[in-house]
Design a protein around this ligand. Structure first.
Ligand code: SAM
Ligand code: SF4
Length: 327
């Protein structure tokens, strides 16, 4: 028998659910969206607003306290505002991950629905390099929107995926950016997903990043919470902070409290899990999905989906592409 809570067989309890609203996006980041992967899930196969609300309330009954909307790009979905409204009534803390291209259109909705924490992806401060990485040209709009979010007192985290030979030289520019702005920059190690041409040589480790930063800045370590995926630092006297998400070189699975629901209603107990459990089909058939949720959580593997050891990511990295999981 499974205990009636979101606890897995390693004793980790799960209080954080990331819900992907879509696998469509207005950017094409090369580490996330495979060039050939342009087929998006038809709208009817996506969870609809009332379904998201109903499924999320089952998770909340089981102890979920935080919900983050993600994608794909959650703000390209026409009914994103309605979904925020429905979820905000459920009582869990609501936040969002976005590329910020459309953030200016949603400021008021964020405020009305209690969204205070906004994570924005940005991998370079050079407009030309931005075009090469995202295969699109909305750099100025994103920068403007980051400043707009700060002006409106949102807590903004900037996520930068650092890839060796591509943008690792920009790490110190991002740290310098935190001098005047209350931004929390998070450097993410490049992770393997289907179709993203990952290999170990493209991983720029957090240790190398810290080394690079240490040559230019005097930083101090900040305290991390037990469930934090990021290790936080700060340059003395700077307004913002920086942090590392070192999934590849130093996995942090021991404190993991996260679950992921894909836009087509599949539950993944880990970003790297091979398996997924369909919740939307049973929900539409009027079945109780709670036993499915409990058994999926119970089956969570100890580390990184149990699918690869640190030296064989390449061979074992079969999974959905990141854009279809929901980062
Ligand atoms: N569109 C939104 C955005 O870009 O923030 C939300 C979805 S995106 C998939 C969520 C996060 O996943 C982003 O911070 C992105 O940088 C990160 N991500 C995507 N592919 C990744 C990869 N291969 N390795 C590391 N992080 C990745
Ligand atoms: Fe779109 Fe975000 Fe993936 Fe970039 S990282 S392609 S913005 S979903």
């Amino acid at each position: 028998m499974h205990p009636i809570s979101l606890t897995d067989s390693f004793g980790r309890s799960h209080t954080y659910l990331r819900i992907s609203l879509t696998d469509a996006c207005n950017l094409r980041c090369l580490y996330c969206m495979p060039e050939e992967d342009t087929l998006v899930t038809p709208h009817a196969k996506l969870m609809q607003p009332a379904e998201i609300e109903g499924i999320a309330s089952d998770f909340i009954k089981l102890g979920i306290r935080k919900i983050r909307l993600t994608g794909g790009e959650p703000l390209v979905r026409k009914d994103a505002g309605e979904i925020m409204k429905r979820l905000s009534a459920l009582g869990a803390e609501l936040s969002i991950s976005t590329n910020a291209v459309l953030a200016h259109e949603y400021l008021e909705r964020f405020k009305e629905t209690g969204i205070q924490k906004v994570n924005v992806s940005l991998d370079t401060l050079d407009p030309e390099q931005f075009k090469a990485i995202t295969r699109r040209g909305d750099f100025e709009r994103i920068l403007k929107n980051i400043y707009l979010l700060l002006e409106h007192n949102f807590e903004v985290k900037v996520n930068m995926v650092v890839m060796k030979g591509i943008n690792e030289q920009a790490v110190c520019q991002f740290v310098a950016w935190t001098q005047k702005y209350r931004l929390d920059v998070r450097f993410i190690e490049f992770m393997p997903f289907s179709g993203n041409a990952w290999n170990r040589d493209k991983v720029y480790s957090s240790a190398d990043m810290l080394d690079q930063i240490g040559r230019q800045f005097e930083y101090k370590k900040l305290e991390d919470g037990v469930h934090d995926t990021a290790k936080k630092y700060k340059v003395e006297g700077y307004a913002g902070t920086f942090a590392f998400i070192s999934t590849i070189t130093e996995p942090f699975c021991g404190g993991c409290n996260r679950l992921r629901l894909t836009a087509d209603g599949k539950l993944k107990n880990c970003l790297f899990s091979a398996g997924e459990t369909d919740l939307l089909g049973p929900w539409r058939a009027g079945e109780d999905i709670i036993p499915l949720i409990l058994s999926t959580v119970w089956g969570k593997k100890k580390e990184r989906g149990g699918r690869f050891d640190p030296d064989s990511y390449r061979e074992n990295s079969e999974n959905r592409s990141m854009i279809r999981i929901g980062g």
